[in-house]
Design a protein. Sequence first.
Length: 309
Amino acid sequence: SSARTQWWRTDHFGMFIHFGLYSAYKGEYTRSNGTVCRDAEWIRRNCAIPWNEYEAKAATFNPSGFDANAVVSAAKNGGQKYIVITTKHHDGFAMWPTAVNDWNIHDRSPFKRDILAELATAARAQGVKLGFYYSIWDWHDPDAQPGSTNYQAYLTRMRAQLRELLTNYGDIAELWFDGEWEAPWTAAEGTKLEDYVRGLSPNTIVNNRVGTRTIADGDFGTPEQEIPATPTDAQLWESCMTINDHWGYASYDSNFKSTASLTRNLVGIAASSGNYLLNVGPDDHGVIPQPEVDRLAGMGAWLTANGPA
Ligand code: JFZ
C-alpha cells in the first residue's frame, strides 16, 4: 500500500548485509585431497561440503568482532537509511536464537549473542530502519528437500521463524524473501505467505520474491546487480548490488567498485525512482572489511557535499 511504502519512496539507499555460517569459510574450502574450492554464501552447495563438516564449522564460528553500533554507523556515514541483513540464507542456518530448531548460531556455536537484537537496538538508537532477508529455500531442513512428503511441516517451521523475526525485534521495515524459485515452493504458497506476513506486521514492506516476481507480488520488484534499462512507475523497485564480486565474505576478493562508480549507481537508481540496496559482507569475525566501510564513507561525503546546502 502507499502508506506502507511511504518512507521507502523517500529513503532510496539501504545497506544489504550477507552474513552467515558461510562467512566463516572466508570464501574458500580446502577439500581432503588438498584442492581448493572458492565460493561465498553458496559454498556449502557449490563446493559440496559434507554436512557433517559444515555443521562442525558451526562449532568454531565465533564472530565476536560483530559491533552493531559500528555497522549502523557505517551505514549512516554512507547516507544509508535502512539495513537488510540475512537472518537465514539457503544453508538454513539461523543467525538468531530461534526456538524453532537447533540449526542456529546460539545452539550450534560458542557465540551466544543475538546479533539481530543488537542490530535492532543500535539501528533504533541511530534512526536507521531494519529489515530482514529470509531464504524460503532451505538446504538443511530434511522436510524442505525436493520430493519431500512433509513439506508442510517445514512451512509451519518457516512461519514460526518469521513470527519470531517479526515480533521479537521491534518494527521490521522490510522483509526480503529469496529462494522462491525452487520447488516444492509454489506461487500459491507465496500468496498465503504474503497474507501471513501482512497479518503479523502490516507495515513491513515485502519484496516480490515472496511470490513469482510479478507486479502483483509483494510491494516492490528486485532487479539484481543491474539498473533496469526501462524503469517503470507501475512498480516500486529496489536494485540490489554487491560492493565487490561476492555477497558473502571472500577474503581474496578485493575487486571493490570505486566510490565514484558506486555513487553513479546510487544517483542513477534514485533518478529513476528506484532504491539501491548495496551489499557488504562482514568477515569471519563479524567485521565489515575496511575497504567497504571506506567506500560507504566516500559516498556519504559526496552526498553531504552535493546535497541540500
Ligand atoms: C540470490 C541468492 O542465491 C544469492 O546467494 C544472494 O543472496 C542474492 C542476493 O540472491 O541469488 C539470486 C537471486 C535471483 C537472481 C540471481 C541470483 N536472479 O533473479 O537473476
